[in-house]
Design a protein around this ligand. Structure first.
Ligand code: HEC
Length: 210
């Protein structure tokens, strides 16, 4: 009977071919991006240098802060040129967030979240600015410039002196006023891993007076 039904055998052989082709495609995908570049004419192998450019996480305890340093005075002039237009001359806020002040307001009916009132760690401020600011040209600042403008912003918040000079060690040593204002998320479905960055990401602000 089968021999009299050419359409059935035809379908079978097409399907077998399709399965083999799919298999071959999977194998070639698994053999790597280098082949993709030659085969399809797009993409390029990722180098260690490419990866290093994005491997810039700074952890809350200061791990991975780069070499370099900067002063409040250097930061003040950089801030005036590249940040004040959006954040106000003294961090009071404009189109961009307010960056200074607000101390002691978190538990009030009008909490004012700034670096000084809200941020629990100083090293992550370095990470944020280096990665994201100025808004129109992220990652354009040198490490020295980021240390300097971080120092200036901490100074505007009364957390370092006018003559402060910050580097990896001194930045990590700063204790932010709201350091203990975050508590572990108590929901049972949120995994707690003590000491890990995941835990800090899950921490929630504590709406209690300090
Ligand atoms: C073109 C406007 C603009 C410029 C210029 C700019 N910022 Fe921002 N900045 C913003 C905006 C908008 C946000 C809020 C971004 C968000 O919430 O995603 C922000 C957020 C921030 C924050 C986080 C505030 C918080 O508490 O969440 C910091 C810190 C900061 N900027 C620092 C800087 C520094 C330092 C510079 C200069 C090197 C700078 N910004 C330049 C617009 C700007």
């Amino acid at each position: 009977m089968r021999a009299h039904n050419p359409s059935l055998t035809g379908t079978c052989s097409i399907n077998r071919k399709a399965a083999l082709l799919a298999c071959a495609m999977l194998i070639s995908a698994a053999t790597g991006a280098v082949h993709a570049e030659q085969k399809f004419g797009f993409g390029q192998p990722v180098t260690q240098e490419d990866i290093a450019a994005w491997d810039i996480n700074v952890f809350s305890d200061g791990r991975n802060l780069p070499d370099g340093s900067g002063t409040v005075a250097q930061g003040a002039s950089l801030y005036a040129q590249q940040c004040a237009s959006c954040h106000g001359a003294k961090g009071e806020g404009a189109s961009g967030d307010k960056l200074a002040g607000g101390a002691g307001t978190l538990a009030s009916s009008k909490p004012v979240k700034t670096i000084g009132s809200y941020w629990p760690y100083a090293p992550t401020l370095f990470d944020y600015i280096r990665r994201a600011m100025p808004l129109t040209a992220p990652q354009s600042l040198s490490n020295e410039q980021v240390y300097a403008v971080t120092a200036y912003l901490l100074h505007l918040n009364g957390l370092v002196a006018q003559d402060a000079h910050l580097d990896a060690k001194s930045l990590a040593a700063i204790r932010m006023p709201n350091r203990d204002g975050f508590v572990p998320d108590p929901r049972p479905d949120v995994q707690q891993q003590s000491g890990s960055s995941e835990k800090q990401a899950n921490d929630k602000p504590l709406a209690q007076p300090q």
